[in-house]
Design a protein around this ligand. Sequence first.
Ligand code: BGC
Length: 722
Amino acid sequence: MLEELHRWVGGARLASCLLCLFALGCSEKAGTEVTPLDAYCPIDAAEVEARIDALLDALTLEEKASLMHGVQIIPVDGTWQSTSIPKNGIPGFHMLDGPKGVGVSSLLAGANGANTTAFPVAVARSATWNPELETRVGAAIGQEARAVGADTLLAPGMNIIWHPLSGRNQEYYGEDPFLAGEIGVAFVRGVQSMGVIANAKHYTANHIEDTRLDVNVNIDERTLRENFLPQFRRVVEEGGVGSVMTAYNQVNGSYCGEHSMLLGDILKGEWGFSGFVVSDFLWGTHNTVPSALAGLDLEMQIANVYGQPVVDAVNTGELDMANVDDHVRRILRAQFCFELDSNPPVLDDSKLETEETLALAREVATKSIVLLRNEAEFLPLSKTKAESIVLVGPLADAENLGDTVGSSAVMPSEVVTIAEGLLARTDLASTIEHVPGDLGDLDDQAKVSAADVVIVVVGLTDEDESEGQTRPPAPMLGGGDRDGYGLPMDDAAFLANVLSLNSKVVVVLIGGSAIDMSPWFEDTEAVLMAWSPGVQGGHAVADVLFGDAHPSGRAPMSFPASIEDLQAFPRMALDVTYDRYHGYQRLDKNGVAPFIPFGFGLSYTMFTYDSLTANTQSVGQDGVVTLRLSLSNTGTRAGVETVQVYAGAISPMVDLPVRKLVGFAQVRLDAGDGTTVELEVPVRELAYYEEGEGWVVGPGLYKLEAGPHVADLPTSVEVQVR
Ligand code: BGC
């Protein structure tokens, strides 16, 4: 796999990018200067462009227009395809979802019914804060995509988590654009190392599921630039992502699929994107000429507004041929640069659900678990002390894969449930009994009361949160946006019942987003957020509960104390205006304490932070600050810590976030060991966006703070920006 990675990323760039993975903030641009086209195209870009020039001369207008749309609503031979023209050597695209694995089973997808690896959902993977791991996940998904015949993967989901109640949060990498950018770039590199085109979606502000096809999201330009675009920019500029998908919704009065500022000015203009823009499927296009003029290159999954109307618009002079040629050029560039013609995917069952992909799914799930509470070191549970452990809860024997009805659905052949993962442990002195059902039976209640430890698995399923709205006659997919911030009512009642029977309770939470724990948190001994942990989730939970793995996940989103601490979630809105701040920046700004802060996660050991220093007291606008701090493991077990660095201006002249994440580094330390952690923060990370001016770093004093999460930053240093 590494050899392939070399082929696609290039030796020198790979070396620099692997070094960058942990000392974050470094840019892919370090090293040889490349033009955007060379950076996009892993093979000889000039040769590809010459080949396209010749084709643009040879193809008729009708043929060109045909290349700009998909061919059928139902997947053909298991993938969604765009037009191919074999006589001219044009292969077309063969697409499949998605964000947690290759989508083969949903209502919409196909892939010949193959089974593929269901990884933990994207939000879980961002909880690992581990880009290197995410590159491996991307490569594994890319490999499976090729093995079922797909050359284009409809992932990663690059929207940030704007609000805990959005139905598709599980498909995104947390609330912070910096974290999402780091993990997203890593995923894209992995996928594309396999010769598969990645697709950054849904560009942009796709956060409300229930009205996603219509809602108009008003966002002032500064908020848009600072909160909703940076992570897309990074997958374009640093990840070299092959394609971008427009969102269904409108932004500031224009559908994203015909948004000339988002597509033409920013994506293709400012960011120099050389790839192609595809519409979100079936309902993502509205008008032929505005879409073509704005920069939508490909309409999926059939010709609703492209096709003959494009031909007509050229014939009437509403569109000129140069516009059509640019769309076709981008489509062909992706197909040729990624060698879809000369090195097409080959069906190969032996590359699906391999030992390696399953082991990787387990590793990721283990590393994504966030330990939220651990009273008096209740966990890890002992492997040598004989105790009676009872496992209960509606999700204890569920598959817990997250969305199983929307486009991110994946169908693995076998899922290790939490019950199976725990019961598979034959190395324990304790006995584990799974008591299924609702505990209505008196014998079952007695078992729970008598247990030394009760493990309860509760949380969200795709009836509570998922992709949702479609246009009739297509059915609603899943539950869409969430009804509320708490546990579903039945789960809450179940948990209350368990807590009334026994106080030695460990809660394992399932879900793709923050959940209100305030009604019951204090009554438990321990709480783990296991997210939707994927095909090996049961083993991962057991690994963490019994201390075979160290809990190293960190919350990639805030869990507010009250949902009212955030902007109201406008579930049914057709028009909404986003506030300036969301997530931890909003809570910080309003001086409101979160229930679980962004970046938080307990560990089975203790880390101590010592004096942060900077290599300079004063730095220019183009500079980079090198930070150092000493980190010690002062506990009794080995562990992994994620050092987080936040920056804020001390006396800003304009409204700025109190602090924002600008870097992180992950370190594994044995008990008693210490190390010096070094991170680089480019000054440009301190910039804000000023309308009419662009990105500005205000001169003045900045505070750089380091610690284990946004609400605990024990050490800081001040640096003057000139
Ligand atoms: C979803 C996309 C997905 C596409 C194809 C749409 O409804 O919003 O995320 O890639 O369907 O499945």
